[in-house]
Design a protein around this ligand. Structure first.
Ligand SMILES: [Fe+2]
Ligand SMILES: [Fe+2]
Length: 364
């Protein structure tokens, strides 16, 4: 069982039981990058020409993302890692936690480089109601995990674990973050903030694996705990997702009080709904919004469909060789990707564990 109280045997990595988690760890190690490899200063010329509304959007994104990275780590450390027995999952989560710390520092680098008042930016997530509401939502689902009242061996405990995993992984990392990535990359789409765009691409490449890990974990838990597969719980999960989308819709209105060139709150929110339907389907739940993708240009950067084929695609861009530690290539446009769509989900009695094929590291 993947879920449960860890026993001394659970530190034995071999034989591998959840190979997908080990493969994701190896891929994540090859994806390692460092913020200062990016020449963010070169974007200052663009910054000088940007409108107040455009600067507000960047500032608002940083205000949300910077603390959000640490909230994800809190959820992993207190709400996910302690309740998993699998050492291969522990390996992956250790790497993910480093990546979230790395993202936090990367956004800190943005705040240091662009002429932004760091203290004011950091105050936003504590002051703006739409942003506070997003944090409260995550904290609500994390609360039971941190209060030491959760018994993971019970149905109620398992449900709480899944509620928290859905809120932090699927909603925050899989929907809210993609909404922000799209806005951030829209600047590069107009030939602005190109280095900032490269940074976001690298963050997306990490996040697509985080999402893949969370989705595999959810499917494995549901497969091994069939008592959770009830229509009532499926509806509850869908409602948790929809509640998260409603919060994002309100937040995006504050992100774009007036709209900027080619982008406004309605456009971003349609993208949010499109991405949400993809996530619901990956989970085995019906689509809720049935909208088209308004940002087709995202397909070259990080389309959710590209996410689906990550392990089938050769990752030939910037990559650290997991065996030698050598850095190969210097393209700032990594190929982003993900994993095969789950064939079964929360509504199905059988869920298949995907067996991703690893991409070969460059230089081998
Ligand atoms: Fe992150
Ligand atoms: Fe993440």
């Amino acid at each position: 069982m993947i879920l449960g109280k860890a026993s001394p045997d659970d530190t034995n990595l071999h034989p591998l039981r959840y190979k997908w988690a080990y493969d994701l760890y190896m891929q994540a190690v090859r994806n390692t990058w460092f913020p200062h490899e990016i020449a963010l200063k070169e974007d200052l010329e663009d910054w000088a020409k940007m409108t107040e509304d455009e600067r507000h959007a960047v500032k608002f994104l940083m205000a949300f993302f910077n603390p959000a990275e640490l909230i994800v780590n809190r959820s992993i450390a207190l709400g996910i890692y302690p309740y998993l027995k699998s050492p291969e999952c522990h390996l992956y989560l250790a790497k993910q936690m480093w990546e979230e710390a790395n993202h936090c520092v990367a956004f800190e680098y943005v705040l240091q480089t662009f002429p932004l008042d760091r203290e004011k930016v950091f105050a936003i997530h504590l002051e703006v109601p739409s942003m506070k509401a997003k944090e409260n939502y995550i904290n609500r689902y994390m609360k039971r995990m941190t209060e030491d009242t959760l018994d993971i061996e019970t149905v109620d405990g398992k449900k709480d674990f899944i509620r928290n995993l859905v809120a932090t992984n699927l909603v925050m990392e899989g929907i809210w973050f993609y909404s922000g990535f799209m806005v951030a990359l829209s600047f590069r789409q107009r030939n602005q903030l190109r280095n900032f765009g490269s940074m976001i691409n690298w963050v997306i490449r990490d996040e697509s694996l985080h999402l893949k890990f969370g989705m595999n974990l959810l499917h494995n838990i549901l497969e091994e705990n069939s008592e959770l597969l009830t229509e009532e719980f499926a509806t509850e999960i869908q409602n948790i997702v929809i509640e998260g989308v409603n919060l994002e819709v309100a937040y995006n209105r504050d992100l774009f009080p007036n709209g900027i060139l080619g982008l406004n709150a309605d456009y971003v929110n349609q993208y949010v709904m499109y991405v949400t339907d993809r996530r619901l389907e990956e989970l085995g739940l019906p689509k809720h919004y049935n909208v088209t993708n308004p940002a087709k240009w995202m397909s070259t950067a990080t389309d959710v469909f590209e996410l689906v084929n990550f392990f089938e695609a050769q990752n030939t861009s910037y990559e650290v060789d997991g065996h030698s530690g050598a850095t190969s290539g210097a393209s700032h446009a990594p190929k982003d990707g993900g994993a095969p769509v789950m064939e079964a989900g929360i509504n199905a009695k059988k869920a298949e564990t995907p067996a991703p094929t690893q991409t070969a590291p460059i230089g081998e």
